[in-house]
Design a protein around this ligand. Structure first.
Ligand code: NAD
Length: 336
């Protein structure tokens, strides 16, 4: 099948071309993201392959359909950047990679916790400049601390598996309870109790209407003083302005982000020689107790190989059968 791969980085090309050797799709790589301004570039491609910051609203989907596209293949699990109902109404099929090594994101999440707690970034800089002073680097043991996990799907469960080994007390909120998490001693509690009891809160639910700004002023108010907050899910699950207020008042003692509400204008590109215009993001960077990575939780050899294989298999299955078990349906949309 002719596939337009959008937002294609050198590593996307490397892993997709390797996975395609025995499959033989006709892949064309475009480094630009797919959106209203660039929709023309994929004219005539029956399949377009996109990533987290390609924005496919109803208008873009209508144009894609009129240009001959019939399949949208997401190289990720989340699908908040595609208007699924509009796609279904048009007769466009959307497929995704529901699971590709959740451990990649889970390990990155725990890496953020450890780096923040033991102030590894500050320590790295100090030692390199010959400063071996420990004052200001004081950490705490994770053992015995209460960690609240919001969303215990694939990634949340992998986080539970790791933190179980650290000896943490684990509590969680998720409308669906995971038997693996219960087996590992997780206690499911209402959100209010999770906010009140946790020393660390980590977010692993999808972004949808119910979870948009889930962590806002009201939620932060209920948290412990000095809470460590980690978000590796989607940026807009957290209200960034509310979090900045929480940091200024020291209610939030540590913040680890791999995702950011307005990341589409920033992440996955080198802006080091430009003036960044996003003042909210720049404010976040001024806090010594904030650690931000640019949506790299998924970025491991294991995950990229798995993403490439599943993406191409999804396209092959759709081409052969006209259906695919990894299709994003309105039923899945309602459940998420
Ligand atoms: P998943 O579908 O396996 O799990 C999501 C869980 O969230 C489910 O158990 C669901 O019941 C639960 N949930 C839904 N609504 C909820 C709510 N209101 N409150 C609490 N829980 C709720 O998804 P996953 O594979 O574990 O991924 C989780 C999220 O991580 C994805 O949606 C995606 O946004 C993000 N993600 C980030 C990266 C990265 O590189 N940082 C990579 C992959 C995925």
């Amino acid at each position: 099948m002719k596939v337009a791969v959008c937002s294609a980085k050198p590593y996307d090309r490397q892993f997709l071309e390797a996975a395609n050797l025995n499959i033989g799709h006709e892949l064309a790589f475009f480094d630009l993201p797919l959106c209203e301004e660039t929709q023309k570039m994929v004219e005539g491609f029956p399949a377009v392959c996109i990533f987290v910051n390609d924005t496919l609203n109803a208008d873009v989907l209508r144009i894609l359909f009129s240009q001959g596209t019939r399949l949208i293949a997401l190289r990720c699990a989340g699908f908040n950047n595609v208007d699924i109902q509009a796609a279904v109404d048009l007769g466009l099929h959307v497929v995704r990679v529901p699971a590709y090594s959740p451990h990649s994101v889970a390990e990155h999440c725990v890496g953020l916790m450890l780096a923040l707690n033991r102030r590894l970034c500050q320590a790295y800089n100090r030692v390199r400049s010959g400063n071996f002073e420990l004052q200001g680097l004081l950490g705490f043991e994770l053992r015995g601390k209460t960690v609240g996990i919001i969303g215990t799907g694939r990634i949340g469960t992998a986080v539970v598996q790791i933190l179980h080994g650290f000896g943490c007390r684990l509590i969680a909120y998720d409308p669906q309870h995971s038997s693996e998490c219960i087996r590992l001693g997780v206690e499911y509690v209402p959100l209010e109790k999770l906010y009140a009891d946790s020393d660390i809160i980590t977010v692993h639910c999808p972004l949808n209407q119910k979870t948009h700004h889930l962590i806002g002023r009201a939620a932060i108010m209920r948290m412990k003083q000095g809470i460590m907050l980690i978000n590796t899910s989607r940026g807009a699950v957290i209200d960034t302005q509310a979090v900045i207020e929480g940091l200024k008042s020291s209610k939030i003692g540590y913040l680890g982000l791999d995702v950011y509400e307005q990341e589409g204008d920033l992440f996955f590109q080198d802006l080091s020689d430009q003036v960044i215009q996003d003042d909210v993001f720049l404010r976040l960077l001024t806090f010594p107790n904030v650690l931000i990575t640019g949506h790299q939780g998924f970025f491991t050899v294991d995950a990229l190989s798995s993403i490439a294989q599943t993406t191409l298999q999804n396209i092959s299955t759709f081409e052969r059968d006209g259906i695919c078990r990894n299709e994003v349906t309105p039923a899945l949309l309602r459940m998420s």
